[in-house]
Design a binder for this molecule. Structure first.
Ligand code: AMP
Ligand code: ZN
Length: 113
């Protein structure tokens, strides 16, 4: 996708602080962290949002959660963390390339605003 911010981050056109990469996902630090740990897990495949997911994406979704678990173990987030996906306008999505926020390092409040 030509004009997609996260596609540009994945292909290196826009710099990022990379934490992890494999054939399915790219993981980097959020530029405006909301917690001591705040990174984004982004599929390399351009999918607009969670509402566009298809049956063929099931493996990718499972993989994303296992990558989150692996990185949270490495960061020693023993007391917990949160995985968030914002979908479309009312969900608070601002970048139209599917991504999962992983937040931790402090006690997080619920419910969201
Ligand atoms: P969302 O609002 O759920 O679509 O999340 C988009 C996230 O991308 C926000 O938390 C932003 O801080 C983050 N973000 C935007 N631009 C960049 C960038 N260039 N590098 C890293 N994170 C970014
Ligand atoms: Zn994209």
């Amino acid at each position: 996708m030509e004009d997609c911010l996260f596609c540009k981050i994945i292909n290196g056109e826009i710099p990022s602080t990379k934490l992890y990469e494999d054939d399915m996902v790219y993981v980097f630090e959020d530029i405006a962290p909301e917690a001591p740990v705040h990174f984004l897990i982004v599929p390399k495949k351009h999918i607009k949002d969670a509402d566009e997911l298809e049956v063929e994406d099931q493996e990718l979704l499972g993989h994303i959660f296992l990558v989150a678990q692996k990185l949270c173990k490495e960061k020693n987030l023993k007391t917990g963390y949160r995985i968030v996906n914002n979908c479309k306008e009312d969900g608070g999505q601002t970048v139209d390339h599917l991504h999962f926020h992983v937040l931790g390092g402090r006690s997080l409040q619920w419910p969201p605003g």
